[in-house]
Design a protein around this ligand. Structure first.
Ligand SMILES: O=C(O)/C=C/C(=O)CC(=O)CC(=O)O
Ligand SMILES: [Ca+2]
Ligand SMILES: [Mg+2]
Length: 394
């Protein structure tokens, strides 16, 4: 038997306890919880087969009473002795995609981001569309191309019309970009015809991950009028491997900014679901921007309420992302198209002047939030490398 040493200031103390799916010692992938730099094998310590699965979905479907019970049990367990064979060093495990992604939806909830993209893409119109302050604008993405941190991203090819060209051409994207976002994972499903109210958020949502919603701006700009993003955003969406439970985010809950005009009643709730999460984006080892989640105009509770208000069902494993997180300052912008103002104002990255992503670039997005006992908790990171395009020859 052995105890886990939690160093002072660890981002993975008992205030956090995120869940993931890990593989170690050639055994089948299974559910673990991270404590400091240790992964605890939950099937081995709790003796429950729901954790001997390659996905969090069966556990997430069990509901909040069970999530709370397991969390309390883990707090007790990790403060005592644990069987050494149930513990693995984080550096010795491979992390898998933590849940089977059902539907994937992406929102557009940052007023600073929406305003900046409006100015860049629609310089002759008002930057915010007339609907933007009345509903959280979103689109359905592609769940089958959600990948976990560590999986490389191949530069997409597609149809795009480059500046100065009269006709579109096919080829590798030349304006490949990131979008720093937070994503929320549904545990308890809702049936057709049964909308989820904002104050029912915590009964349905299991936890949160960091999302990098890779975007090919040249493909996007040509294809997305008038129906919205399609192939420019469906080639890869990366998520961090540790799902931070909603219960760990209590100390991070804040009010959203004042919403004026007042949203319709179905978007109103008593509970505060703004979140004080700080992100940092590292580009080839240099932190180039620090987007603050706390300023997001629409809360995740409002996003889920909006997604289901037409009677749409939701499923265990649904992932909905916030949209790019941008603050008011230049060094808080969550996408490079904004940070470099459409590629016109390069930024210094590892002593080079850069605009969009080049082959071989590595991006790591990390995030932290206040924890229950005064310290901070971490989401870990989503880290990925860009590989050159593989021409399909069409
Ligand atoms: O405003 C536009 O024309 C384009 C916006 C985006 O590309 C952003 C998007 O997909 C949603 C987001 O991440 O905020
Ligand atoms: Ca996005
Ligand atoms: Mg699907």
């Amino acid at each position: 038997m052995t105890t886990i040493d939690i160093p002072e200031g660890s981002l993975f103390g008992i205030d956090n306890l995120p869940y993931g799916v890990f593989e170690a010692d050639g055994a089948a992938p299974r559910v673990g919880v991270r404590v400091a730099d240790t992964v605890v094998d939950l099937a081995a310590t709790l003796g429950d087969d729901v954790f001997a699965q390659p996905s969090l979905n069966p556990f997430m479907a069990q509901g909040k009473a069970r999530w709370d019970e397991v969390r309390s049990r883990i707090v007790e367990l990790v403060q005592g002795d644990l069987p050494a064979e149930a513990l693995h060093a984080v550096s010795d495990v491979t992390m898998r995609l933590p849940f089977d992604v059902a539907d994937y939806v992406d929102f557009y909830a940052s007023e600073n981001h929406a305003t900046n993209l409006g100015k860049l893409f629609r310089p002759d119109s008002a930057p915010l569309m007339p609907n933007w302050k009345h509903l959280p604008v979103g689109y359905h993405g592609r769940s089958s191309t959600v990948i976990v941190s560590g999986v490389d991203v191949v530069r997409p090819c597609g149809q795009r019309k480059l500046p100065g060209d009269d006709a579109p051409t096919y080829g590798p994207s030349v304006r490949l970009d990131i979008e720093a976002e937070m994503g929320f994972v549904v545990g308890v499903p809702s049936p057709l015809g049964s909308p989820i109210a904002p104050d029912e958020f915590a009964e349905h949502v299991f936890g949160a991950v960091i999302v990098n919603d890779w975007s090919a701006r040249d493909i996007q700009a040509w294809e997305y009028v008038p129906l919205g993003p399609f192939l420019g955003k469906s080639f890869a969406t990366s998520v961090s491997p540790w799902v931070v439970p909603l219960a760990a985010l209590d100390a991070a809950r804040v009010a959203t900014p004042v919403q004026d005009p007042t949203p319709l009643p179905y978007l109103q709730g008593e509970q505060k679901w703004g979140l004080d999460i700080d992100l940092a984006v590292e580009w080839n080892g240099d932190v180039v921007t620090r987007p603050p989640y706390a300023g997001m105009y629409w809360s995740p509770a409002q996003m889920l309420a909006h997604t289901t208000i037409n009677g749409a069902a939701s499923s265990t494993g649904d992932l909905f992302a916030s949209g790019t997180i941008s603050g008011p300052e230049k060094d808080q912008r969550g996408a490079f198209i904004e940070l470099t103002w459409g590629g016109k104002e390069p930024v210094e990255v590892a002593a080079e002047q850069r605009t969009f992503l080049e082959d071989g670039d590595e991006i790591a997005i990390s995030a932290t939030a206040p924890g229950a006992s005064g310290g901070r908790i971490g989401f870990g990171e989503v880290r990925s490398r860009i590989l050159p395009a593989t021409e399909t020859g069409r």
